[in-house]
Design a protein. Sequence first.
Lengths: 111, 223
Amino acid sequence: MRVGACAPQTDRIVAELDPVIHAAARLRITATLATLAADESIAFPRLQEMLDMTAGNLSTHLRKLEDASYVQIEKTHSGRMPVTYVALTVRGRRAFEDYTAALRAVLEPGA
Amino acid sequence: MAEDETAPAPSEMLALVRDQQRSVEGQRGRFVPLILLSWGIAWLLGFSALWLVDGPGAAFALPLEVAAAIFVGVLVAAGAVSVILGIRSSRGVRSGKDAAFVGTVYGQAWWIGSLAIFAIGRALVFNGMPEQLLNIFYPSAYVFFAGLMYVVGAALWRAVPMLVLGLWAIVVSVAAPFAGAPMHYLVFALAGGLGFLVGAAWTGWWSSRARRRVRPADGSNRG
């Protein structure tokens, strides 16, 4: 922990950070999905490309996010090709906003 | 892969969010410099061709038909580049009803406005304006309209380069007619064309910087 002297309150906030999002890979996935509009979704390969992750790695983390109901995964068809679309749920977007707000509260106390 | 449960300091996590979102913006906007480049070239060549019809005086004159063909040709080519790259940029993203509505209305506004300007020009002639003045009215009105559409687009998609370019086009559209015909074509070619080229360089620099940023220290990319 780099940030100044750790007030007990700061420690408490850090300890209470959402464990689903508080991991580098899932945070990047969530941050990327949060750039889409509320009713937009993104195809799995395009998301993979934006994150520069392997398909296996991305699937693993998406499953965890889906288990927490933070993302919605929809399997559909485009012509004969199966396509998987990923989107942040309302709950996921709120969790992301709460998470970044908590980080800012730790880093800029009183801001 | 190792279970990626690394949880670095809050400042690093916040930086990761910022860098990742900037990278996504850069990746989705990587087509913008090419679109601006194509419009810069189109304005430079198209309006220069119109100026060459009787701008240089007796020394040289490009036949009007040739100039008009070049003008229409480069504008159509730039339009095609915009449409193709625009579609490519949203590949993989399924838009919802809101974005689709905004996109459709904005897209249709381009040709509705263009037809309206054409009609207004003809109406002015119908009411006694010398046909010659269309040479002043049409380029100015169209450049003004395009500039305004850029400003509207900037507001819809929060794009600052688009706003700057739109305002610049409006300034050029208002200033150029005061240069008189055919000098105003040269103003459109240079001020307008170079404006787009500067915009292309600016957004190109920004997008190449933005999209290559995220390299998390924990190697979460490759599991």
